[in-house]
Ligand binder design. Structure first.
Ligand code: SF4
Length: 312
């Protein structure tokens, strides 16, 4: 896993659980309002472009971008069993990493609950992560299964215990909201962020991010977004949807269209936009967010579609 950071303690990020937060490096989206530019556009620790063969890339990529060694992370987690209850895996976008299943399996073997944050672009991986576990279905190929035998005490459980998916925008605005063009980024790691995006399971999104013009909606595979929503709502585990409501990108009337996308869902959080921090799109820094009255109005609309809508 390419790890960009570790927060060793949180009471807020996994509802009802004391947790640690693991930040994975790299993302296949470029949301204007994203407050993790250094995870989305990571700087190579080693320097220079990746010039390795495909076979070499996985390991080299970890060397280039990991800011935290996987072994150190597992030493830390092993030392906190009984004190921490859960591990939150967030990003960047965790599902662009092909070894996510194995990574989560190792965390589960230590007895932790796992919460996953995702942008919903990799329904195939979500399906595997949310499928009920049997003694013989822990993911991975034959060799992985040999090295990583099934976890008997997890039989009947799932690799992921709680999932949070972003609903970025109504479907027709996804490209506009999540597709800030790379060439306009002033962050100095632009080239390298492409290197990491190449690993994406949604190549159509990763490759589209290279253009200099704003991305349109055809850059985002909307079918995958819809599929992920369906998988999550049918998975029979606790979940949440969340939307960062940014003036200029999301209008109150967009709430209805997003509500239709997740009609009947358990909970939908509307998140107030924060602009007093570094953002992927610097032109959004310092911009006004919706005030609490406007947020409440939108939450009322949203509440017509889901069982519960809250502002945060
Ligand atoms: S907010 Fe957007 S760009 Fe940032 S990590 Fe999430 S999906 Fe990626």
């Amino acid at each position: 896993m390419v790890i960009g950071g570790l927060q060793k303690f949180s009471l807020l990020d996994y509802p009802g659980h004391i947790s640690a937060i693991v930040f994975t490096q790299g993302c296949n989206f470029r949301c204007h309002f994203c407050y993790n530019p250094m995870l989305v556009c990571p700087v190579s620790r080693v320097g220079g472009k990746l010039k390795y063969s495909r076979a070499e890339k996985d390991e080299k990529r970890k060397d280039h971008f990991s800011l935290y060694k996987e072994d150190d992370l597992f030493d830390f987690l092993a030392s906190r069993t009984g004190k921490l209850e859960g591990v939150v895996i967030t990003g960047g976008e965790p599902t662009i990493h092909p070894d996510l299943l194995e990574f989560i399996t190792k965390i589960k073997k230590l007895g932790y609950k796992v919460k996953l944050d995702t942008n919903g672009t990799n329904p195939a991986m979500l399906k595997k992560l949310l499928a009920p576990l049997t003694r013989r279905s822990k993911g991975g190929n034959k060799a992985d299964k040999k090295n990583n035998p099934p976890i008997p005490f997890l039989s009947g459980g799932r690799l992921v215990d709680y999932i949070a998916m972003d609903i970025k925008a109504p479907l027709e605005k996804y490209g506009e909201v999540a597709g800030f063009p790379l060439s306009k980024l002033s962050w100095r790691a632009v080239e390298r962020s492409e290197a990491i995006s190449v690993k994406s399971h949604s190549p159509e999104i990763a490759s589209s991010s290279r253009g200099g013009t704003p991305r349109n909606d055809s850059f985002v595979n909307l079918e995958k977004i819809k599929k992920s929503i369906k998988i999550i709502m049918g998975a029979n585990i606790p979940y949440e949807f969340r939307t960062t409501v940014v003036p200029g990108l999301i209008k109150p009337e967009d709430i209805n269209k997003m509500g239709e996308m997740i009609n009947g869902a358990e909970i939908w959080y509307l998140q107030q936009f924060k602009s007093n921090i570094k953002l992927v799109d610097e032109s959004f820094m310092g911009q006004k967010s919706y005030n609490i009255k406007e947020m409440k109005k939108m939450a009322k609309i949203a509440g017509q579609y889901v069982k519960k809508c809250e502002i945060r």
